[in-house]
Design a protein around this ligand. Structure first.
Ligand code: SAM
Ligand code: SF4
Ligand code: SF4
Length: 363
């Protein structure tokens, strides 16, 4: 198997900047931010500048949250100014991950005109049709669907392409054709990521969550319609793209199917708390920077007990027949499933379901 590591100094670091902590303007019922320690500060330009100065390698940056646009236009301008100073040299890509509610002409002017030099990419969270999106509600419990659709249209008016992150919950499982129709109807949609809702409560799947094999079967149903309608000519859908890449021995850029794992993604909170990929709680895997470089701090953090558990998950894949296809999957999902052996087992079953399907597309 290609070398899969939790971190290697040879690849760029991906900074997940939680610029408004985990504060948010809406209230998605499933949001994993609610299980984390509250963090309500705003990231300062000085803090970001200092952090970038502690990184030797190249970095890609994603403005994330909570809701990143909550910091307001002025503060974002200050942060983008810092990013601009390191762009092309140290910073190699800039993205914004947003719920899309606050996007306005003013935000578009800032992100895509004033900082056109940063080639900012934007991804918006929308779980699909109004029915599928019903867990993404505002603080009054009302649907956010129409507002998000308006945001795609507004971006399209400026010829700006946008991605979509869809959380696949129990509400999604039977809405296949309607979901594909929605994707076709959004002119400026460039890519889609189907993320499963695997929340746990008392070590069992929480309300509205689905099992790994339910998720795999949903992906297959989507893939069939996607391929039949030749939608791949317009939109890349993950994990379908990665499944086809891996079955054909190619490299995927999606962490679930690549050598790129948890500690190559660094979540950064305004109070200076750092942890690995956002799907973990930072407290479980704290990265302490002090006067060290970020790279050395990550290597130190990898000596923690909890990180050993992730390494064990990686080594448990060594004898697996489909490891070159699966690439050990998402270690965060597998880490939390460790408390439930049925779900752990089902995780591997789900990867085998996807593998059998992908075999039909071997070139
Ligand atoms: C935490 S949000 C932060 C950025 C922004 N507020 C947004 O909604 O895009 C980032 C992504 O995580 C997803 N997410 C939140 N909780 C999740 C969960 N329990 N399982 C899977 N994805 C989740 C959201 O749907 C969103 O696509
Ligand atoms: S918009 Fe993003 S951060 Fe806010 S509650 Fe929803 S998923 Fe969580
Ligand atoms: S199917 Fe399971 S054991 Fe095999 S590589 Fe994937 S996660 Fe590892």
């Amino acid at each position: 198997m290609s070398d899969i590591n939790l971190y290697t100094t040879e690849k760029p670091i991906k900074l997940i900047l939680k610029v408004a902590g985990n504060g948010c303007n809406i209230d998605c019922s499933y949001c994993f931010e609610k299980n984390k320690k509250n963090s309500h500060g705003i990231m300062s330009a000085t803090f970001l500048k200092d952090l970038l100065s502690k990184i030797d390698s190249q970095v890609s940056i994603v403005f994330h949250g909570g809701e990143p646009l909550l910091i307001g236009i002025k503060k974002m301008d200050e942060l983008l100014q810092v990013v601009s100073e390191s762009y092309a040299d140290k910073v190699i890509a800039v993205k914004v991950q947003t719920n899309g509610i606050l996007i306005s002409e003013e935000w578009i002017q800032l992100l895509f005109y004033k900082y056109v030099n940063l080639h900012i990419e934007i991804a918006i969270s929308l779980d699909g049709t109004n029915e599928m999106n019903s867990l993404r509600v505002n603080k009054q419990g009302k649907s956010t669907y129409e507002k998000v659709i308006e945001t795609y249209r507004l971006l399209d008016k400026h010829n700006i392409k946008a991605g979509m992150l869809s959380v696949i919950s129990r509400n999604s499982l039977t809405v296949i054709k309607e979901y594909i129709k929605l994707l076709q109807s959004i002119n400026n949609l460039s890519f889609v990521k189907l993320n499963p809702l695997f929340n746990l409560k008392d070590n069992k799947l929480a309300e509205n969550s689905i099992s790994p094999s339910e998720y795999a079967n949903f992906v297959l149903e989507i893939a069939k319609v996607y391929i039949q309608n030749r939608l791949y000519e317009k939109i890349a859908i993950e994990p379908i793209l990665s499944m086809i890449q891996k079955i054909n021995g190619r490299v995927s850029r999606y962490c679930n199917y690549s050598t790129c794992k948890c500690f190559e993604f660094i979540s950064v909170y305004p109070d200076g708390t750092l942890g690995p990929c956002d799907s973990f709680s930072a407290e479980e895997f704290l990265i302490t920077v002090d006067d060290n470089s970020l790279e050395n701090s990550i290597l130190n953090a990898l000596r923690q007990v909890n990180a050993n558990k992730l390494k064990q998950l990686l080594s448990s894949c060594e004898e697996c027949d489909i490891k070159d296809f699966c690439m050990s999957g998402c270690l965060s999902q597998r880490y939390y499933f460790e408390s439930n052996s049925d779900l752990s087992e089902d995780y591997c079953i789900s990867k085998k379901i996807l593998y059998e399907f992908a075999k039909g597309y071997m070139i």
